[in-house]
Ligand binder design. Sequence first.
Ligand code: NDP
Length: 433
Amino acid sequence: MNDTHNSQLSKFYKRSLQERRDVIQTWVGSGRSVGEVLDGNLRVEQADSMVENAVGIYSLPLGIATNFLINQRDYLVPMVIEEPSVIAAASHAAKLFREGGGFHTSSDAPVMIGQIQVLDVPDLIGAVQRLDTVKAMLIAKANEVSGSILKRGGGVIDLEIRVFEDTEVGPMVIVHLLMDTRDAMGANAINTAVEYIAPDVAEISGGRTHLRILSNLTDRRKAKAWGIVPASALETENKDGYAVIKAIVEASVFAEVDPYRAATHNKGVMNGIDAVVMATGNDWRAVEAGAHAFAARRGAYTSLSTFRQNEAGDLYAEIELPLAVGIVGGATRVHPVAQLALDILGVTSAQELAEVIVAVGLAQNFAAVKALAGEGIQKGHMRMHARQIAMAAGATVEMVPLIVDTLIRENNIRLERATALVKQLNETEQDKR
Ligand code: NDP
């Protein structure tokens, strides 16, 4: 636990890479060598046992977001992402929420839904009645394969029956098995359970079972975060805090009513969420699928978060989405950097991880909306964008700052110009020799 730690690491971004690693080493304690894990990373032999036809490792940057205060506890947040500005934006947003007391979170129990599709049912009403009557037996049977999850206080907790009376392939009964998968994401666990009871479901319903698989719309496993940013913290040179809040609320409502805006608004949420999901070795496709399906749950796609002015005049922000993530299973325990990421977070349950992740999603979203409702995002992005262009043009580490300054000064952040500057600097270097 990191209860004694303070995640407000002043000027963390200005420290050298080694200094930052030293800070993280102190944060996680001496159990694991941060440098060794990060330099050793995932080995190709490990990759070979993770996926088929492996030939190598694909690396991405891992950074640390600072300033997070969630339920009065400080967190440093590891984020894996290729996009510039995301980690800085999350850290900045967390600082502003901190001024309003930090993030508050809650979450549902980690309940996954497994689906069994039943076709060719001769008597729909009778089948539903019979399945409902033997519900307890089916739950008990599914729990025979719940393994250690049951011993840990989880397991199958309920069974629900849904009916699609008229589909292109005839009537369909869908059995939902609800399983508390404790600290696992739980895809394998729930898939095992639905496959196991499917023959019984077929026999009892008189139908033919077809698909048996989890649903990624894990809406029994939602996580929620909310927080306040005081108006005083939002003041800019040209606007008072209330005007900034008004602009943010207008942007929020735009995303609530327009799916075209909502998609981009939610992409901003997922910038933060996916980065932590990836850092911790979790399945980001599963989280993405769940988030967007949830955003469309009322029939029209809408935003996952809302921003409003509260009675005190400050900004109140809130977000809720399904978050099926684990701290055991999948790649979480296989990938050495994922293990380190979990150490840095210091989370002790899947629910706590989901709550941290949802808070990061809100922070990220707030940062983007605030920038868009203010000066626009390009200004902040320009420097990082110029860095990427400089590197893409083949600039050495020493050349990058010079080229970035020139590209920004000339307001010409283009690969062609960066390539010319690299060439020029190389020639100057050669002339000196
Ligand atoms: P695992 O099967 O790897 O891990 C879960 C298992 O870990 C449990 O069944 C249990 O097994 C064991 N375990 C040990 N400690 C705990 C604990 N504290 N709480 C819970 N379980 C514990 O993975 P998941 O079931 O979590 O599945 C995740 C993987 O499935 C991911 O890799 C995902 O990509 C993949 N997947 C995703 C799909 C999707 O999203 N549509 C589809 C299919 C797979 P035991 O009883 O043996 O101890």
